[in-house]
Design a protein around this ligand. Sequence first.
Ligand code: FES
Length: 163
Amino acid sequence: MTISKEHLPAPSRRSVVTAAGVVSLAAALAACGGSEDGDGYGSDPAAEQKPDSADNTDDTEEAGGGAGGAVLAKTSEIPVGGGKIFKDAGVVVTQPTEGEFKAFSNRCTHKQCPVTSVEGGTINCPCHGSKFAVADGSVQASPAAKPLPPAEITVDGDSIRLA
Ligand code: FES
């Protein structure tokens, strides 16, 4: 009698677990068996995962923007038709026309001197007199032969950030 009681619980637990497994498999097979419903279920989890992925991407972008996208200036600091040099960031930000912002490397393409002024619609190098257009960085006065390379910025509201 006592021996049979010891043996009974173990098989009964296994039976319950096995039965549960069978029920789960049966449910899974039933769900898959209805191919139309199966496709529908298949789409929904995928659709649910996409927003999650997008949220993660957004979080990453926000974190990246906060870390790498230091605010350079307020848009109001950049004169229309002119620009401002950010020596530490190595960029010149210009506003060729109102509301249009551009950015370029602050290194002259002639001998790599840092440019030091933005006047008369040009970004000016003091070393040998090269001048570059505020609109596109193109050479307006030699000896530089190549335009200033563009730099990536983003304008977020009234803040200009490094991209
Ligand atoms: S380094 Fe700028 S003009 Fe020569």
